[in-house]
Design a protein around this ligand. Structure first.
Ligand code: AMP
Ligand code: DBH
Length: 545
């Protein structure tokens, strides 16, 4: 593709003056994400890049494997701008697929292993994907069976590629073709991949991230976290999630020439021995897993002395738990408040105990612009809580092919409405106070209330429903579905509702943790369901609205 080739249809670019400024400032360097690995293979060919089970790849080998896969995928017929849904567990092939696709200008759509048929089908149809790359089995779930069901409904999905026992599908292993390097053929200002939004409007949206913008956030994040070619990063969260991918995540480590250790499960029993043997220096966790680690470190001491930095993000980390990190795990805590749409805030390594334990940091880039506003978009007085709006060199200007939604999610001058309520301290550090979006943050996993309500409404015995967050000591929040049944005498059984939801093909974390039946749902002045009253009723035990 040449400089003048059109960018991906449906992508909302930054206005020209902003792009020119980001280039002039040297933030956007015109490098593709495929170059990120290529450069490290040139600088650190013999450094260990990746450890996955008993596989240990050096940069040169990693880079060559990515090229070999790119060749095979090209021969299969994948072309620049094709979309490919990628759903893989934490295995080395995940990164090979990423870099192979980046080099071909093919656009991965990153699903998480927890996603199920209905969600996958939605990603496939929304992105008009031509291929689906997955694995055979993981955690006792057969992804091939799901692939069959999706393919039956989506004839445009021409290729199903399976890592492991492929059965009737193409085996990923068979697609490695020897040959020379595959040079990237994408424009750096073009979309590199599509991430999923947590969503708050019924269905997740696709987030187009460009090579230029993502590479910038990865480089800056790596520097902020002082990564270098001796860093060893434990990737314990799902690898495709934006946090372990880019903040600074595996990509940051690949950029710095360090080593990524992949693990399938974040449990301390699995991770602690690995930290000890591989001398892991940095990792990223969501709060419930960090709590698990803290408790476990008390009970079964391991040598975690190599670990210098523990990043915690994705959901609010209670200050009382945050304070325990230094004493009980013996490392520095960094809070990370980010979003797949772009903006990432970090506490800094040199911040004192108070800022590290009580705040979610401040923006990565001096070119991130943030505003904290009231319901009418007017700035709130300093220190007061308000809606967080942001724009900058790595925050998207629109979701993929979603013009109506974009009208609501972005201001006319390009600020993204994060849906988060924050307060800013005089130091510039932000504290996440709450949320304006209709979402439940279940220990970092975001649940779109409207999406689950929609599924429940499809049940013949449900007349109306509201899904709200309820406080939980472990996960921070869990979900509670308040149901108005068609007949209060013939309420559907909780178990039947869960079976019904599972059968609709949605991720297990979206299933309501609690179900309550009400003869009527409380309404606000204008007649909307009063979710605040429902939430309040959960904290005042025994009192129902
Ligand atoms: P997503 O839309 O799935 O990328 O999730 C991003 C959202 O997760 C943010 O807008 C916040 O609501 C939430 N979030 C991420 N990190 C933190 C954090 N450290 N503290 C509180 N909330 C967070
Ligand atoms: O929750 C997130 O989406 C998130 C958290 C921390 C994120 O995208 C990130 C860092 O980059």
């Amino acid at each position: 593709m040449t400089e003048s080739a059109p960018l991906l249809d449906g992508f909302v670019p930054w206005p020209d003056d902003s792009s020119e400024r980001f280039r002039a400032l040297g933030l956007w360097k015109g490098e593709s994400l495929g170059d990120l690995l290529r450069n490290s293979a040139a600088h650190y060919p013999q450094n260990l890049a990746l450890i996955c089970g008993d596989r240990r790849w050096r940069y040169l080998e990693f880079d060559q494997r990515a090229d070999a896969l790119a060749r095979g995928l090209r021969q299969l017929g994948l072309k620049p701008h094709d979309r490919v849904v990628v759903q893989l567990p934490n295995i080395a092939e995940f990164y090979l697929v990423c870099f192979a696709l980046f080099r071909l200008g093919v656009i991965p759509v990153f699903a998480l292993p927890a996603h199920r048929r209905t969600e996958l089908a939605h990603f496939v149809s929304m992105s008009e994907a031509v291929a689906y790359i997955t694995c055979d089995m993981d955690a006792a779930f057969d992804y091939r069976q799901m692939a069959r069901e999706i393919q039956a409904q989506h004839p445009l999905l021409s290729h199903i590629i399976v890592q492991g026992e492929a059965q009737e599908f193409s085996a990923l292993e068979s697609l490695f073709l020897d040959g020379g390097p595959v040079d990237h053929i994408t424009h750096p200002a073009d979309v590199a991949f599509l991430q999923l939004s947590g969503g708050s409007t019924g269905l997740p949206k696709l987030i187009p991230r460009t090579h230029d913008d993502y590479a910038y956030s990865v480089r800056e994040s790596a520097q902020l976290c002082a990564l270098n070619d001796t860093s060893v990063y434990l990737c314990a969260l799902p690898a495709a999630h934006n946090f372990p991918l880019s903040s600074p995540g595996s990509f940051g480590v690949f950029y710095a020439g360090g080593c990524v250790v992949m693990v399938r499960h974040p449990a301390p029993e699995v991770c602690f021995p690995l930290i000890e043997t591989e001398r892991v220096t940095i990792t990223a966790l969501v709060p419930p897993i960090a709590l698990l680690w803290l408790d476990s470190a008390r009970r079964q001491p391991h040598d975690l002395s190599s670990l210098t930095l523990l990043q915690v993000g994705g959901a609010r980390f209670a200050p009382e738990a945050a304070k325990r990190v230094r004493t009980e795990l013996g490392c520095t805590l960094q809070q990370v408040f980010g979003m797949a749409e772009g903006l990432v805030n970090y506490t800094r390594l040199e911040d004192g105990e108070y800022l590290t334990t009580h705040t979610q940091g401040y923006p990565l880039s001096p070119y991130d612009e943030i505003k904290i506003v009231d319901d009418g978009d007017c700035l709130v007085p300093p220190g007061e809580p308000g809606h967080l709006l942001t724009r900058g060199p790595y925050t998207i200007r629109g979701y993929y092919k979603a013009p109506e939604h974009n009208q609501r999610s972005f201001t006319d001058d390009g600020y993204y409405r994060t849906g988060d309520i924050v307060r800013r301290l005089a130091t510039g550090h932000l504290i996440v106070e709450g949320r304006a979006k209709d979402q439940i943050n279940r220990g970092g996993e975001k649940i779109d209330a409207a999406e689950v309500e929609n599924h429940l409404m499809a049940h013949p015995s449900v007349r109306d429903v509201a899904l709200v967050a309820m406080p939980d000591a472990w996960l921070g929040e869990k979900s509670c579905a308040f149901i108005l049944p068609c007949s209060f005498d013939e309420k559907p059984r909780r178990q039947d509702l869960l079976i019904f939801l599972r059968a609709r093909g949605i991720a297990a974390y979206k299933l309501p943790d609690r179900i309550e039946y009400l003869p009527q749902l409380p309404k606000t002045g204008v007649g909307k369901i009063d979710k605040r009253a429902l939430r309040d009723s959960l904290t005042k035990t025994g009192v129902h609205p």
